[in-house]
Design a binder for this molecule. Sequence first.
Ligand code: FAD
Length: 106
Amino acid sequence: PLDKDELGRSTWGFLHSMASYFPEKPTMLQCADMTKFFNIFAQFYPCEPCALDFQEDIKKNPPKTKSRDELAKWLCERHNTVNVKLGKPEFDCSKVHERWRDGWLD
Ligand code: FAD
C-alpha cells in the first residue's frame, strides 16, 4: 500500500492540478459538481485521521468553486492548514498556478 506521505504528495499533485485546470468561468453545474467532488473525496480519502480532519476543515471552509482562481486559492489554504498542523512551512498561495499549471518562471 502507499504510505501516508506518498499518498499525500500524489493526491495534492492531483488536486492542485485539477484546481489549476478548472474552468476560469465554470457553469453552475460545474461549480456544484466540484463542491460535490470535495465532499465525496473527504469521505473516502484512504487515510482515516487525514479524512476526518479534512471533513471538519471543509465543513468550516466550504469549497469555493465560482472560478479557477477562487478554487485554487481555497485549496491552497486547505493544504496550508495541513502544513501548519504537521509543522511544515506555509506555501505562498499567489504562486499556485505557477507551481501547478504554468511552471516556475525562474
Ligand atoms: P506535500 O504537503 O505533500 O506537498 C507536495 C508539494 O505541494 C510541495 O512540495 C509543494 O511544492 C506543494 N505545496 C505545498 N503546500 C502547498 C499549498 N498550500 N498549496 C499548493 N501547493 C503546495 N498527513 C499527515 O501526516 N496527517 C494528516 O492529517 C494529513 N492530512 C492530509 C489531508 C489531505 C486532504 C491530503 C491530500 C494529505 C494529507 N496528509 C496528512 C499528507 C500531507 O499533507 C503531505 O502530503 C505529506 O506529509 C508529504 O508532505 P511533503 O512535504 O512531501 O509535501
